[in-house]
Design a protein around this ligand. Sequence first.
Ligand SMILES: [Mg+2]
Length: 214
Amino acid sequence: MPLVALDLDGTLVDQASAARRWSNDFVQAWGLPAGEVDTVAEALTARRPKGEVFGALVERLGVPAAADEIWLDHRSKMPSFVAVSDDDRRALIDLKEAGWTIGIVTNGMADNQEGKIRPTGLDALVDGWVVSDTVGVRKPHPAIFESLATRLGCTLEGWMIGDSLELDVAGGAAVGLRTAWIGDGSDPAGFRPDLVVDSVAAAASHIIDVGAHA
Ligand SMILES: [Mg+2]
């Protein structure tokens, strides 16, 4: 079966609004100025290892707690803050019915990422997933995509859908997948995704229309 590989954060789950909600709670809990919600939310969506993010935040905001404690709090609460849209949920069911193997390939810590995959019900809608922390290699490294294919018992033939040009589009293209970029309205410039869409549902509808071998 051909593969549709999907990114998690910012693709299947609305990471930005979940990060904002956690940031709001964090700022209130530590009595920080309300204006710091933006600082925290932006830091959380930065593409760098989360250990560094929390270390820098604790230092910058003068929070009297260990960065690891804050990180743990973030990992434990975020799962309940993220959601999958009904349209994207339906799209995964449609892809499955059309014969595609569906997998999630995500950078992050296993507890954090699986803590979003299971409570949102994505675990029942996909055939499996790989988390970078578990396999020891992060997107865009080809080995993480190969690991997903091995886990799902399929080849790297098909599509990669994601919101990052560097991680998802370049990473997916490098292993031979066609790519659908969940765009932000900017110019994908040199990355040349095969498809620019605004949601997983839109990408899935195109993929189903063109079929596996178009
Ligand atoms: Mg993403």
